[in-house]
Design a protein around this ligand. Structure first.
Ligand SMILES: C[S@@+](CC[C@H](N)C(=O)[O-])C[C@H]1O[C@@H](n2cnc3c(N)ncnc32)[C@H](O)[C@@H]1O
Length: 451
């Protein structure tokens, strides 16, 4: 199917206002929309980088070499690099090159090769896979060729039409080592991050979208030398720029001033504990990091940025929410908004769920009194919807939930689930429920309809 008509078909079934916004896109960009991401209502826009073009040429040559009378090369993909073959009967077989993957069909020195296809592998299919494995082994002997296969192949932009918002991850490199990080999947492929140079070269992917705000996340974006330039170019297009950061770099006054002059308006700064040793030893695993982050928040407030603190409740801090909120009040008063999340079972947290994801029933006895304190002391707190705890579980303090504050219906994705007990809830059309993965891990924490 032609790309534009496929994009149109993808629009089918979306809420009307979302589809209308996407139709505003120039057809050249609309054609690159790919459904996916965290949220039903999100799309990925991508453009093949120059590394991607080289990866494609290498894979094509390899695929054509191993094709035979039964299997012909149908297409190649970039991230992860993959070859798709079809046989004379229309069967398809895809072989992906991952960096490290347990379910691999075969391993070469540098790649795990994973196949996808329907049914049992018959002899011709197995022979084809074996030829690909051998060809990859030959290819990776050359250092330039194997490194080329691991470079970022796509510049990706995540687009949330209903929020008029885009998210960028210029790199997944980070100087913190949070074990629960939802962006890093140490078992995943190397080929998923973007380069800031590629982003800057393809900025119209973002600026031609109907967006009002752009979040720059990562990885740690302040490690990118060209970050001020990225902020400046986005701000010059009239979008509001938010930086998601661990805040350490902001401790340098000159740097923060530079970002503000470039046009930065909001900093969402991760601070997961009020206890320096706990934070450095058990959470970010970087000595001295807590003090730098706190100094960075001081500077962000001083510079007049809109400051939000990302506090992810997980196994290593679930007992200290009140202490944390008291600390925030003493240090920054109402200048900082605390965005509370409950650890999402994605990325590394998914891989090590038992170590990081507590039962919600264990968290609530600490959380609800802490929220009551915040209400009395007028600490600004928001429990986020998508990665938060549903309002029914934090009663009577459910007023802090984004779900309770949202207007209109919200579309949520397949990775969340509600239970029969949710039927008829006041928040039925705004609450995402819980991550399916959480329910599989710990079962129902007592979800119930609020009326
Ligand atoms: C992955 S970080 C990257 C940006 C930056 N390096 C930082 O430390 O904030 C982006 C945001 O996701 C949050 N986060 C990380 N892991 C999470 C998880 N498992 N569940 C929910 N939020 C998470 C962080 O606190 C931060 O606000």
């Amino acid at each position: 199917m032609h790309l534009v008509s496929r994009a149109r078909a993808q629009l089918h079934g979306l809420p009307q206002r979302t589809a209308r916004k996407i139709r505003l896109l120039p057809s050249r960009l609309r054609a690159r929309l790919g459904r996916g991401g965290d949220d039903d209502d999100s799309f990925e826009l991508h453009r093949v980088t120059r590394h991607g073009a080289a990866i494609e040429a290498t894979l094509r040559a390899l695929g054509e070499r191993v094709a035979d009378a039964t299997w012909s090369l149908a297409s190649v993909a970039h991230a992860p690099p993959a070859l798709v073959f079809t046989d004379v009967g229309g069967r398809s077989l895809e072989l992906r090159l991952h960096a490290d993957e347990r379910r691999a069909y075969a391993r070469t020195r540098y790649f795990s090769l994973v196949y996808r296809g329907r049914g049992e592998l018959d002899e011709p299919a197995r022979a084809l896979l074996d030829r690909v494995v051998e060809a990859v082994r030959g290819l990776e002997l050359r250092r330039d060729a194997r490194e080329a296969l691991r470079r970022p192949a796509l510049t990706r932009v995540h687009y949330y039409p209903s929020l008029w918002r885009a998210e960028l991850r210029p790199s997944l490199v980070c100087n913190h080592q949070c074990g629960f990080c939802n962006s890093v999947d140490r078992a995943g492929t190397d080929n998923t991050s973007q380069g800031i140079d590629d982003l800057l070269a393809n900025l119209e992917l973002i600026t031609r979208l109907p967006v009002l705000s752009v979040a720059i996340s990562g990885g740690e974006p302040t490690l990118q030398r060209r970050l001020p330039e990225l902020i400046e170019r986005l701000a010059a297009c009239g979008v509001s720029v938010e930086l998601q950061t661990n805040g350490m770099a902001l401790a340098e006054r000159e740097y923060t001033t530079r970002l503000v002059r470039a046009g930065l308006r909001t900093a969402l700064i991760s601070l997961h504990s009020a206890r320096p040793e706990r934070s450095d030893d058990a959470i970010t695993r970087l000595p001295g990091a807590w003090s730098r982050t706190v100094a960075g928040i001081d500077e962000a407030v001083r510079a007049g940025l809109r400051v939000e603190l990302s506090h992810v409740i997980h196994r290593h801090n679930a007992d200290e929410t009140r202490e944390y909120l008291e600390f925030v009040r003493r240090r920054w008063g109402r200048a900082a908004l605390v965005r509370l999340a409950f650890v999402a079972p994605t990325g590394d947290a998914r891989a090590q769920a038992a170590a990081f994801i507590p039962r919600i029933e264990e968290v609530v006895p600490h959380l609800v009194p802490a929220l009551a304190y915040a209400r009395r002391a007028r600490v600004r707190v928001l429990m986020i919807a998508y990665c938060g705890i549903p309002p029914c579980l934090i009663q009577p303090e459910h007023g802090v939930s984004e779900v309770a504050r949202a207007r209109g219906d919200v579309t949520f994705s397949d990775d969340h689930r509600k239970l029969p007990a949710c039927a008829g809830c006041t928040y039925e059309r705004r609450c995402p429920g819980l991550w399916t993965r959480y329910l599989e891990l710990h079962g129902d924490p007592g979800l119930r309809a609020m009326t």
